[in-house]
Design a protein around this ligand. Structure first.
Ligand code: NDP
Length: 301
């Protein structure tokens, strides 16, 4: 099945906020779309928009060569796909699994798919439903490169950024956890804590936002420096020691209490800095905090 960018028959199983956005994007790209959802009422609007409505998951699988699955979790996905009736219909077809799961979920599902003669791509969505079908949309895919290449044009209809991250199943889930769950969410929580401090002190959130956004080049430079230092295993530098970072954040913790915000967030940040200092990194740069988080050396699988 060559994906030349022409219309394909595609089924979408799961029509929550995300599944609905995926189905809409495929319809907008003129694919012939069949949809199914456990709660039938959610398929009505898509039916009005031109999708065919299947009466069961098995019927949705029957309708298309490519099946997109986007339900709450892998338990829900397994309950729909791993039935004799559906498995028999899946043989020789392709599943694009866009349900969020752990790397182990992805590995287990890919093994199951292989055993049943089903091509399988494991994707993780790094954007909101409103971004699906736009240049801002972002989805990572792991699995067979040839399956990814075969579907490249169709996947581009789902998100402007459709990135293949390797044949090792689990890679998409690992990177999603790191980029979205750890980095992006962590940065946002830090931003929200700062917003609480400004709010407590009557400082304009617009001023705070513009100052935070102006730090983008600084953040970029910090991240690049961190990766270089981690790769070298050498955290020595001349910019700012962990001792000085810890002293500064210690003052933020103190002040956070005074201004009436919940100071547990900066306390936790301070605890990690102090842990790195206790490990002997007081005169090293911030990147040394990596040593608190990392899997111990010699314990890598
Ligand atoms: P919703 O809560 O809006 O929808 C959940 C979907 O899962 C519904 O279609 C629901 O069916 C279905 N479902 C839940 N349990 C079962 C079950 N036991 N059997 C059959 N179907 C079931 O979630 P989203 O659409 O937002 O999320 C779907 C997936 O996309 C999740 O894995 C989520 O992590 C991921 N995702 C979502 C993002 C977002 O911004 N929304 C961003 C990135 C990833 P029913 O309608 O019948 O309840």
């Amino acid at each position: 099945m060559a994906d030349t960018g022409t219309a394909q028959t595609i089924s979408v199983i799961g029509l929550g906020a995300m599944g609905t956005a995926l189905a809409k994007a495929l319809l907008a790209a003129n694919h012939r779309v069949t949809v199914w959802n456990r709660t039938a009422s959610k398929s009505v609007a898509l039916g009005d928009a031109g999708a065919r409505i299947a009466q069961s998951a098995a019927e949705a699988v029957d309708a298309s060569q490519v099946v997109v699955v986007c339900v709450l979790d892998y338990g829900a996905s397994d309950s729909l796909l791993r039935t004799p009736n559906v498995v028999a219909r899946l043989k020789g077809k392709t599943i694009i699994q866009l349900t969020t799961g752990t790397p182990e979920d992805a590995r287990d599902a890919s093994e199951w798919a292989r055993e049943h003669g089903v091509a399988y791509l494991d994707g993780t969505i790094g954007c909101y439903p409103k971004d699906i079908g736009t240049p801002d949309g972002s989805i990572l895919y792991a699995g067979s490169r040839s399956t990814f290449e075969t579907l490249r044009h169709t996947l581009a209809n789902l998100s402007g950024h459709a990135l293949f991250v390797g044949e090792r199943f689990g890679n998409a889930a690992i990177l999603d956890g790191a980029v979205v769950g750890s980095f992006s969410l962590g940065a946002t929580l830090g931003f929200l804590y700062g917003a609480a401090v400004c709010d407590a002190e009557g400082i304009s959130l617009d001023t705070y936002l513009s100052l935070a956004l102006a730090r983008r080049p600084f953040v970029e430079d910090t991240l690049q420096t961190c990766v270089q230092m981690i790769k070298k295993g050498d955290y020595s530098g001349s910019q700012a020691t962990l001792d000085s970072w810890a002293a500064g954040i210690g003052q933020l913790v103190e002040y956070s209490r005074e201004c009436g915000t919940d100071s547990r967030y900066p306390q936790e940040v301070l605890a990690r800095l102090q842990q790195a200092v206790a490990m002997g990194h007081g005169q090293h740069e911030l990147a040394a905090v990596f040593e608190c988080f990392r899997k111990p050396r010699g314990d890598r699988s």
